[in-house]
Design a protein around this ligand. Structure first.
Ligand SMILES: CC(C)(COP(=O)(O)OP(=O)(O)OC[C@H]1O[C@@H](n2cnc3c(N)ncnc32)[C@H](O)[C@@H]1OP(=O)(O)O)[C@@H](O)C(=O)NCCC(=O)NCCS
Length: 205
């Protein structure tokens, strides 16, 4: 990712971009918008990637970024600056003999100087609406910092063994055990059972 200033929100929101109620944060007006990747222009995508590079302090790989694309983004704008991003993309998680259509949350980050003001929760609320309306299950791999935010919103810690459906068969992903959270929607779940994610490049969960 090239350095330099984070580009600004385009003069007019992209087609398909949905404004949600405005917030006011210490006199700063913030806008939460949701949009599919296809409806974000290059400047907005660049701003999102640059924000996540900042938030994850250089630990955001190209694969991590690619994992956040192809679904619905929640973006918090403060004027023309992007201060929050999260997205939900479709994956298949195997559980109980089923391949569950899953809304998988990726790329959750709020600029460090704008945290603990409810932006993370507001983005999650927007994405949970998508999960509840379009999927059988929500899932995500949580950082230790974010775990309490998800738990407080009804996401449940997966207790059973995790694995991935790799090109050479199912392989345990034991390092991820204890950090996977799910949002039950319609699927019947046994939280102590096995949960297997589909294959992808980069981090599997
Ligand atoms: C995790 C993260 C996205 C949360 O964003 P945020 O905007 O701070 O989230 P919120 O403000 O909605 O909630 C965070 C906390 O602030 C609290 N909070 C919210 N509004 C508050 C307010 N006005 N005053 C005081 N506390 C407040 C929330 O209750 C929550 O408390 P908790 O941590 O004890 O659960 C942010 O900390 C971040 O970007 N972290 C680094 C990247 C990361 O770990 N991402 C998660 C990947 S899974």
């Amino acid at each position: 990712m090239p350095g330099g200033p984070i580009p600004r929100w385009p003069q007019r929101p992209a087609a398909g971009s949905k404004p949600l109620p405005r917030g006011c944060d210490d006199g700063r007006v913030t806008d939460l918008r949701t949009a599919h990747t296809a409806d974000l222009d290059g400047a907005a995508l660049y701003a999102a990637r640059a924000l996540l590079d900042l938030v994850f302090e250089g630990d955001m790989s190209d694969h991590d970024w690619e994992h956040a694309l192809g679904g619905v983004h929640a973006l918090v704008w403060e004027g023309s600056e992007l201060i929050g991003h999260a997205s939900v993309v479709q994956r298949r998680l195997l559980h109980g003999g089923r391949a569950l259509r899953t809304g998988y949350v990726e790329g959750v980050g709020v600029r460090a100087d704008r945290r603990r003001r409810g932006h993370g929760a507001a983005m999650m609320a927007a994405l949970e609406r998508v999960v509840r309306g379009a999927y059988e299950l929500g899932a995500l791999g949580a950082t230790a910092e974010a775990a309490s935010l998800y738990a407080a919103r009804g996401w449940e810690l997966w207790q059973g063994p995790s694995s991935a459906l790799t090109p050479s068969g199912i392989a345990r992903t034991e390092d991820e055990d204890g950090s996977i959270y799910v949002l039950p929607v319609g699927a019947e779940l046994d939280l102590s059972g096995e949960l297997t994610c589909d294959w992808r490049d980069g981090d599997l969960w």
